[in-house]
Structure formats: C-alpha cells, structure tokens
Design a protein around this ligand. Sequence first.
Ligand code: B12
Ligand code: SF4
Length: 395
Amino acid sequence: MGRPHMAPAQLVAYLRMNGFSAKSFDLSLRFCRWLSREGGDLDAWEADLARQYVALQEAARKGPPTRSDRDAARRLVELISAGSPRILAKCLGPYVLASTLPKAHDRPGAPRLSYVSFAQHHGIVRAPTMTHLLQRVSAPLDSDPFFRFCASAEGSDLIDQLSDCDIVGVSLAYWQQLFPSLVLARCLKERSRSPVVVFGGNQITLLPSDTLDELMRSAWVDFAVPYEGETPLRDLMVALRDSLPWEQVPSLIHVERDGTVRRNPLARPIDLDDLPTPEYDHEELLLHDPAVTAGDREKVPRRLMVLATRGCYWGKCAFCDYPAATGPHHTYRVRSPARVVDDIRCLQQRHGVADFELLTESLPPQWPRSLRPASWRATSRYPSARSCAPRVLGY
Ligand code: B12
Ligand code: SF4
C-alpha cells in the first residue's frame, strides 16, 4: 500500500504521448480500503476471530485445553494481532493486556495487514486451477467480497466509468489478482455496452501456455498481452480505431472463431529512453493515505517508483524467472541516468514526493556513478547529503 504499482502509470503516459486518452484506477487499493471500512467485512471477520478466541479461553477455564485447542488459539492470536486495535480492544479487552495490542493507530479506512488472511479465508488467494477459477466466476458471485465491492456504490460508479471506455486493460502482477480480475471482467461484459477487455502484466507473462489458452477461450477476456505492453496496447487502440486486423498488433493473444488461440509475433523491445515519465494519477495517489479521509488532501505515498532498467544483463541464475519475464530474448535495456533524473524532478514537482525507488533487476555498477551528484542536488527539494544519497534496497 506504501507505493502504487508502476505499470498503469507507465502505460497511461505512453498512450497519452501517442494521442490517446487514458486513465488508471487502482482497484486493489480501493477494494482494500472498502474492506477495511468501519463496520465492513474485515471488522466483521476480525470480530468473529476474536469470538472464537474468547470461546477457547472460556473452555480452557473449565478444563485443560486439548492440543488442537492450543494450536487453534495460537493461530487465532497470530491472525488477530495483525488486525484492527479498535476491534480487538472491543472484543478481547478482558483477555489481552493493552500493551500486547498492536501499536499502530487505528485509522479509519486504513488497509490492514489481516487482509491477506481474510483473502485466504475467502478463497481469494488460494491457487486453484484456471478451470476452477473460470467455473467460479461463472457461478453466482453474491458471496464473493470483490464482487460485493463491484456492486457497492463506489464499485458500481467505477464499473460505470470503465464500461464507458473503448478498452479496459487490466494489469495483473500477481496470481492473487486473477480471480478479482475475472470478476471485474464479468461485471464489465454483463453491461449492455461493454468495453474490450485486455489482460496484461507479469502474471499473464508467467502463465503456462495451456492455462493462458483456457483463459482466452473464456467469455470474459478478449485479448491478452505478455511481456511489455506499451507498443501492443498503443497498436491495439489504433487497430480498434481504424478497424485494422488484430494480426497487426504485436504480442497480442486472441481467439479465432473456431476457438484457436493465436499468438502474434512479439513486439520489438522498446528503447527505454523513448518512454515518457510515468503519469501517476494524483487523485489516486491521495487514496494511499488514510488521512485523506480525514480531509488532508496533501498526503501522497511517501515513495514512487521510476524505471531504470528492464531485464537482467546476467540472466543465468537457475532459480530466477526474471529473465523469462522479460521476453524470450531477455533483452537488457537501460534508461539513461539523465532521463531518470528528469523523471524524478518531474514527479517531485507533480506530486511533492521526495523519496524514489529505482525499478531494476540488475544495475551495472557504473550506472549509479553516472547519476552525477550535481544533478541530484539540483533535483532534490531536500538537498541534504543524506536525502540525496542513493540507497540500494533489495528483497
Ligand atoms: C516492484 C516489484 C515489487 C514491489 C511492488 C511495489 C508496488 N507497489 O508495485 C514489492 C517489493 C512490494 C513486491 C512484492 C512482491 N512481489 Co514483486 N515485483 C516487483 C517487480 C520487480 C517490478 C514490477 C513493476 O512494477 N515493474 C515495472 C512495470 C512498468 O512493469 P510491469 O509490471 O511488468 O508492466 C509491464 C508489462 O508487464 C505490461 N503490463 C502490465 N500491466 C499491463 C496491463 C495491460 C492491459 C497490458 C496490455 C500490459 C501490461 O506492460 C508494462 C510496461 O511494459 C517484478 C519483477 C519485474 N521485473 O517486473 C516483481 C514481481 C511482480 N513480484 C513478484 C512476487 C512473487 C512478489 C511477492 C509475492 C514476493 C514475496 N514472496 O513476498 C510480493 C507480493 C506483493 C503483494 N502484492 O502481495 C513476481 C510475481 C510472479 C507471478 N505473478 O507469478 C514478480 C514478477 C517477480 C518474479 N519474477 O518473481 N514486488
Ligand atoms: S535478476 Fe538477479 S537472480 Fe535473476 S538472473 Fe539476474 S542476477 Fe540472477
């Protein structure tokens, strides 16, 4: 939640540069905020966990707990310790020392850590097969939390706006996003005027080809794009506008009338210096900070990402799928340091953010050296030696 996903901002900027109108919505963030609202699904779920914990404590007073009771209590403590202090204090006050409650402030609307466990509990983030996902999305969805978000006032307003578009591109970085993306696609396809739905992102790139074929034959997705999306998305917009055949759109995966899945030849790797600065949506950025709900319109995420390289110049580690995600030729590309400094300067001015993360799989040692200190000083609104010093963050 700390920083927005970069792909939509990068793709929006590229489409606008090519004369198309484009906008991004962060549905993951909006969904988490909706779940975390006061009296919402997360509150109810955490209160239910707390009730189970209390029941176990009460039972333990009457007789020695069984091993499975103890395991269950431990699991519950783990889950609820990541929850909302307000709910926990309300439900568990007599059982838990105040000092053991989470230290975080209880901010209304703040996405909470317990979301992951909640999602697991509701089957959102298990890894079922594509067949199972497609069966599930075709069945009644009333009990699915993301569907209920789509049906809420906020969600229906978003779906209205999206169904007015010609193309809705869904960016999937993680497999956890597959099911909600299908739910979104179904909501769009069931409208009287439905947009063309395109799936892209790392998750689409990394899907096994038979799984992707199954997805493509479903009723919900029109196209998919593996690997980088700038030129395919631009050419798809052109093809739709000028009624050109899909075969002309590089990297596009589509299904023919007889059910054959076609994969167009891949787009040529883009020169990173041809990319514009990512266009993060300022209104969306404000949603990252729950303080916004309290009226503070100046709070944006502390950190934004800017692109430094794509691919890996080594690309030989057997355990790593980063090179595979770059494309069959693993083309390694670098954005010139001067362009990166421009990006930082531009984003600082647009959004008032002072902290940036370079997006890179592997950075040649001379690259950071060529970020000349003079350009850093000229760029930073906080030109102390510490805040200008590039730090290497790894995970
Ligand atoms: C930055 C990053 C993170 C950051 C995310 C910060 C943020 N707020 O976005 C942090 C460190 C938090 C993170 C965490 C994790 N990450 Co990560 N992360 C990345 C990384 C390095 C870059 C993603 C990125 O923004 N790239 C820049 C943008 C511009 O590129 P892009 O997303 O690929 O988008 C391009 C194309 O995919 C395409 N595209 C994208 N969307 C769309 C949409 C349409 C319609 C079209 C046509 C095209 C398109 O066009 C874009 C421009 O060319 C990728 C690896 C990589 N190099 O991509 C892994 C990656 C996405 N992460 C991965 C994983 C596994 C994780 C973790 C689960 C790791 C862990 N075990 O904890 C966590 C999960 C976080 C969570 N949400 O639950 C995997 C996902 C694998 C998968 N889907 O099967 C990846 C692919 C790395 C890998 N190969 O293992 N991650
Ligand atoms: S990204 Fe890192 S781990 Fe993966 S191949 Fe390159 S050097 Fe090895």
